[in-house]
Design a protein around this ligand. Sequence first.
Ligand SMILES: *[C@@H]1O[C@H](CO)[C@@H](O)[C@H](O)[C@H]1NC(C)=O
Length: 263
Amino acid sequence: MGRKYNSYCVLLTFLLLAVPITSAAALDQAALLRQFVKSRSRVQSSDGSAETDPWADPVSSFGHLPTYCKNPKGSKEADRIKALPGQPPRVNFEQYSGYVTVNEEHGRALFYYFVESPYDAASKPLVLWLNGGPGCSSLGAGAMRELGPFRVNPDGKTLRRNRHAWNNVANVIFLESPAGVGFSYSNTSSDYDKSGDARTAVDSYNFLLHWLERFPEYKGRDFYIAGESYAGHYAPQLAAVIVAVREFTGKNPTSLKGIFVSR
Ligand SMILES: *[C@@H]1O[C@H](CO)[C@@H](O)[C@H](O)[C@H]1NC(C)=O
């Protein structure tokens, strides 16, 4: 299948990048790359004025963010799904879904669907899955067509199990991001015009802090960020925010172990 092949490509790329660069030509390329990154650290905004690229120095852009959620709301029990409509019998894992407010002032909230592993969930890592787009629903695509525990049957009403579901080996959060995608929304309509990578990453970070208060047993659990397509931006950017907070505060908001992205 294409997706499998793509994953190999990504892995291969990582392996190639891991090979030590020794030749003079390669060193020149490294210098060129540094020059390029430097040139990108100042970008032109739409009105023509230069503005600082937030990713050029993540520690100063994001390091000051809180390391825990100061005002947690909602509860795991309130988010528990007894059964999805049309789900097959003998579902042997827990499912949850709900909203996390990521900006109180604007009334901006992100929707998630969370499935635990049927097999010893307490010993399995936590994976945050992000579809790309921008604008692709992680519930409609990621959960129901790709790696979730169920697939929708042709009748459009009932579900069947997906044998290759990722929750066989992990506890998976499907996050609809940014606000405006899927069930995620904002009560301040102008938010939809001002979406961007930096705010998306900060919202997802706030989501995580808040979510971990609702599911405290996952604090300190090995954590991975995964996604496809435009999530090739979202995943490393959210990781950069987490690492920036860690570097700035010396505290570890999550136990981030890695990211994986596929095309
Ligand atoms: C958005 O507005 C509705 C209607 O007033 C309210 O019920 C909801 O809680 C608000 N959402 C957020 C995230 O504040």
